[in-house]
Design a protein around this ligand. Sequence first.
Ligand code: FUC
Length: 803
Amino acid sequence: MNRIICLTLLLLSTCTLNSHETKDQLPDKSFQYLKLWYKQPAARWEESLPVGNGRLGAMVFGGVHQERIQLNEDSMWSHGLTPQNKKGAHKFIDQARKLLFEGKYHEGQRIVQKDILAARVAKAPSHQTLGDLKLNFKTSGNYSDYRRELDLDTAIAGTHFKANNIIYRREVFSSPVDQVMVVRLTADTPKALSFDITLDRLENFTTQVLKPDILMMSGETAHHKDNHGVKYLTLLKPFLEGGSLQINKNILEIRKASTVTLLLATATDYQLKNPSKPLTDDLQKICQERLKKSAAKSYRKLKEAHIQEHQRLFRRVALSLSSEDKARMPTDERLEAVKKGQQDPHLMALYFQFGRYLLISSSRPGSLPANLQGLWNDKLLAPWFGDYHFDINIQMNYWLAELCNLSECHEPYFDYVEALRPNGRKTAREVYDRRGFVVSHRSDAWLFTATHGDAIYGMWTMGAAWLSQHFMEHYRFTGDKEFLEKRAYPLLKEVCEFLIDGLVKEPNSGKLVSGPSTSPENRFRSPSGKNCSLVMGPAMDQQVVWDAFTNLLEAASELTIKDGFIKEIRAALKNLKPCSIGSDGRLLEWGREFKEPAPGHRHMSFFYGLHPGRQYNWRDTPRMMTALEKSLNKRLQHGSGRLGWSAAWVAIFWARLHKPEKAHDKLISLFKISTFPNLFDCYNYSAKFKPFQIDANFGATAGIAEMLLQSHAGNLHLLPALPKAWPRGYVRGLKARGGFEVDIIWKDGKLTKAVIRSQLGRTCHLKVQDFSKVTINDREYSLKNALIEFTTLKDKEYVILPQ
Ligand code: FUC
């Protein structure tokens, strides 16, 4: 019996993880069950299956007589008008502040709307589909033995079926190594493949054949002849074993081939460093070179390289929440069963790994960050333009990156935030007359930063500070000092410059507050009976400022920087107005008691300090935690947390509040009302048009990780919110702050073993509930208040066994 079979049997019999297996990366048993699969072709886009290499993506339909492969490229952005800075707006800020301090909310908001906020633009640019690759087969009639799947472990979408007694197979993947999409068609009978190949788009494209056998589609993004944006070019070349290829106008006709491999390459003239200056590279040459290099390799080699690179990231984390018996059922049927109330913890594990798969596939070094649809969009005008929203959405896309051991996939986010800075500095100066940099509540590939739109969402300047949090978190997880010094610190500093220049003393308390600002995208009823959205010092602003200042101070201490600016920040932090609790025990979203016209609003911005911040936890701020819990219950009673990302965020709040059942219920409700058959998040299930929005996929993945491991409160907390529905299981390879990689095994709802690999050699503060003693590498330790502290050596492994 070989080693792999031995291991598989061992795992099957014990269902626990052998810690020594982690290092040499032998496949974990759970990986073979990580497939989304279906018994029928996709009838609509939300049933098709995504592949992507960060930049080049596709949705695969798996049709029998026609295969549709809807293509995407991350920089396919139309252009058009973008909001412009309202220069000199700062002259009106004091006036608005005074009115808000005096309780004249409506009047203050009027000034902001008129004199500070720039206008929204009509016909905003959008991320666009790259087009469709269609394979029209010369077949008709019945078929059987159909199966379509997405293997998360290999990142290959496969289809097979039987027709006229012939078994047909297809594989599609987008290679991060060779930068080409590969489509492979085979049949178990020679000469069985006859089909026509077309490449087209909804508009603005030309398809032609470059003789002898390359299909070329090129053009410029635009929408109904407006909004001209990037230029793009796509080449497709088929490689035949047997059979013939003919050209019929813009169609490649393949007849009687035995095996066909299609290679597709695409390029655009977009450049992130300076989007207003398109690249002048020869797009056709770039694509031709990619095709040439890939064609020099065999299909097996292309596939092997692709799988290896995917698994380098994907296999770092394994999760098992139950036996995998349900994996024998098609994914859509399992989802339906969960909707009807059946338990299926493995579907949760599949969903978790799908979230990791989606990040790997839509965000790799060099690509643009995952947008509102990640990378996958079949429209010219995507929902919310497929843009980057900074008041929750893009940040949620990346909450899993560090936790789930995908630090590299965070890179495009960092590049993008840095690319926003030049415009952001201009906005800080021109609009606010302040140092540092600021962004608006949203931007896109064109990097505009002007504060604009309606006060309810637009008058909010915390976006850059929230974005900067990820830079510090990246350092906390990885300990990458060079990143801290060269990238995180300079950015945090500029963010804090903008923030500190905008703090003013509240007349009554003398404490520092930020504003005018909103609590995105909510409103309150002012004492005069009008719905308003602006105050001085809303809870979220105060929490974001606290977070940014403490991040900067921590970074400065790591880098031993002690300059005047650091002193200034420390002093301002001391005098920053803390959030307050209202007469009914809830945290005050607006810093004062108001009637709430939308008590079940989807945004819960004033929970920032609970998550993604780290201001509040049960040990240090129990009063605030109780207040947040009350606020959350009230919000949920009124219907909050139903829409995709909102539900995912609520699940994380419950995890951080250590309420496992409630966190689990929220995840189940996400399955019940907010998940398409292909497991994509359906943002608004009750709307007529139900848009796909990827943030909840990513947010819920982070939520599942937060239920198993937390490290934001200064200790490494094992199983902080383990629900009854997951009585036994294991997770391998989650990451914790301080540079720890963690495996956890549990049974009957209790920890049985953990393995901590110390990557930086830092002291580990471990929290383990339910036990008074543990052994660490065979040495016995007593726990005080469930806590234990032990020193670690870099690259050493620590086995924790509860006694
Ligand atoms: C935010 C949210 C909306 C939506 C949009 C893309 O503005 O308020 O719900 O998710 O982003």
